[in-house]
Design a protein around this ligand. Structure first.
Ligand code: HEC
Length: 182
């Protein structure tokens, strides 16, 4: 082979390699792990539907109250006005809606009973309600039980919940009298 031919081959090789390097640098950065250009994007995983299986179990849920809930003092005197406001809230669908589960007398709404996950407490039981302080009633009405009794604080102001406490106490006494008369 002639000397000039060899030179041509060397030049061609140099040109081809430099061209290859130039073209590659126009493409995407090489992947740090593989060194290969990241031309393929990672396949997106489709959104997973909710895992199949049974509905959440609410049967063990119970009150989650502050440790000293029962010590909370009732700032609202149980005047006739307060009790009347409490009754309105107890019955109002968009407020307490207590009547849906506890019924008008507090002894339970028979019509809705089959739809409920748990039998409501009997608010017409004078002794049972008398065994709880206003503070305890207030916290129970405010927080409810997840999946069992709605948290009253979501739809009623603090003041409104105290009116409901005053009404529940009145209801238990009045319903108690009605029950005794039966
Ligand atoms: C969806 C049904 C439902 C609604 C609505 C509801 N409750 Fe209840 N409530 C229950 C059930 C069930 C219990 C019994 C929970 C338990 O002790 O396991 C209960 C218990 C109670 C207790 C008794 C607490 C105890 O320790 O014995 C009070 C007081 C009470 N509810 C008041 C109210 C008031 C006031 C409202 C309206 C602001 C209301 N509830 C709305 C279902 C309901």
């Amino acid at each position: 082979m002639q000397k000039s031919n060899k030179l041509v081959i060397v030049i061609v090789i140099l040109v081809v390699t430099s061209l290859a390097i130039t073209l590659r640098s126009f493409g995407q950065e090489p992947s740090p792990e593989t060194g290969k250009p990241q031309t393929e994007t990672k396949k997106a995983t489709p959104p997973q539907p909710n895992p199949p299986g049974p509905q959440p179990d609410f049967s063990k849920n119970t009150w989650e109250l502050p440790a000293d809930a029962e010590k909370t003092k009732n700032p609202i005197e149980a005047t006739e006005e307060s009790v009347a406001k409490g009754k309105e809230l107890y019955l109002a669908k968009m407020k307490g809606n207590c009547v849906f589960c506890h019924g008008e007398t507090g002894a339970g709404n028979q019509e809705n009973l089959p739809k409920l996950r748990r039998t409501p407490a009997d608010l017409s039981n004078k002794e049972h309600i008398a065994g709880m302080s206003d503070g305890e009633l207030f916290w129970k009405i405010s927080k409810g039980i997840n999946g069992i009794m709605p948290a009253g604080e979501k739809r009623m102001t603090e003041e409104e919940r105290w009116h409901v406490v005053n009404y529940v106490r009145r209801l238990s006494k009045e319903s108690g009298v009605i029950n005794e008369e039966r």
